[in-house]
Design a protein around this ligand. Structure first.
Ligand SMILES: NC(=O)c1ccc[n+]([C@@H]2O[C@H](COP(=O)([O-])OP(=O)(O)OC[C@H]3O[C@@H](n4cnc5c(N)ncnc54)[C@H](OP(=O)(O)O)[C@@H]3O)[C@@H](O)[C@H]2O)c1
Length: 265
């Protein structure tokens, strides 16, 4: 099954707020839900999906193996634990959340995931926050190319080199923080001008820009109105001048940790 161009991000959604937000997203038409063991909301995501009444096979669920569970046996157990929490037999996409290259256990983790896919516990496998070096290592060691690399990507950090590398390897780019959380992106005057010209919100302009580059976006919101509006990005196209203007917003700095040098457990 092909991945939708937009999914719903669930980082920082907890408890009933998470259940309600995921239900709203599913009602609005999202069919890709992005969670992670680290987010501690897999139970709620699973409940929202069951309560939606939408057949399981029509929804794609992504979860992620966190840093403290790197290692062959640890990763396999972590996947089973995520499935128990989600109340599911399988996920659609299992990612390594963060490479943690200094301890090198991401290679064993990846090999465990190849087996989990063969065993049907996940329909596909990918990675997140992988760099050219860590991508090259897992592909060389296992002969298996990740379906997806989920990376920070928004108009302030556009990841041109990684997008080019992904295209050459046949890897799909998923954009996390597509609205530039932790920044003032949504009030940037350049984005405001683009949005006004197209009669859309700045959030819609940012999402549409990323989709037109070929990325999958996974915006998060806790507000029903914003969840619905963020999904409404297929009825307009940004013109060339708008794409060029947004390209000029690049700042060249990650808003989060550098995956080459930092560890996330
Ligand atoms: N793999 C990784 O390492 C990684 C890292 C970070 C994120 N992610 C994934 O990517 C998803 C999205 O990233 P993110 O949550 O960091 O950031 P994001 O989606 O870029 O931004 C979310 C923020 O924007 C606000 N927002 C949402 N829609 C809006 C709108 N239409 N107008 C104004 N503000 C709006 C939200 O506030 P309200 O909730 O109040 O609407 C929230 O504060 C995450 O939820 C997670 O699933 C993955």
């Amino acid at each position: 099954m092909a991945l939708p161009q937009i999914g719903f991000g669930t980082y920082q959604l907890e408890g009933e707020d998470c259940v309600n937000a995921v239900r709203t997203a599913l009602d609005a038409g999202y069919r890709l839900i992005d969670t992670a063991a680290l987010y501690e909301n897999e139970v709620e995501v699973g409940r929202a999906i069951r309560e939606s009444g939408i057949p399981r096979e029509e929804i794609q669920v992504t979860t992620k193996i966190r840093g403290r569970n790197h290692g062959f046996d640890e990763a396999q157990e972590a996947c089973r634990e995520s499935l128990r929490k989600l109340g599911m037999d399988y996920v659609d996409l299992l990612l390594i959340h963060w490479p943690n290259p200094m301890n090198d256990r991401y290679i064993d983790t990846w090999e465990a995931m190849v087996e989990l896919k063969d065993d049907g516990l996940t329909a596909d496998i990918g990675v997140s926050n992988f760099t050219p070096k860590t991508l090259d290592t897992i592909i060389a060691r296992s002969g298996v190319t990740p379906l997806v690399n989920q990376i920070e990507l928004h108009p302030y950090f556009q990841q041109a080199a990684m997008r080019e590398l992904h295209a050459s390897l046949g890897i799909t780019t998923q954009a996390w923080s597509p609205l530039g959380r932790k920044s003032d992106l949504l009030t940037d005057p350049v984005l405001v001008a683009v949005a006004d010209k197209h009669g859309v919100s700045t959030a819609q302009a940012a999402l549409r820009w990323s989709i037109q580059l070929g990325n999958i976006v996974i915006p998060k919101s806790s507000s029903a109105a914003r969840i619905i509006a963020n999904f409404d990005v297929f009825g307009f196209t940004l013109d060339e001048a708008a794409m060029t203007a947004i390209a000029g917003l690049e700042r060249g700095t990650l808003s989060s940790l550098d995956p080459e040098t930092s560890e996330v457990l």
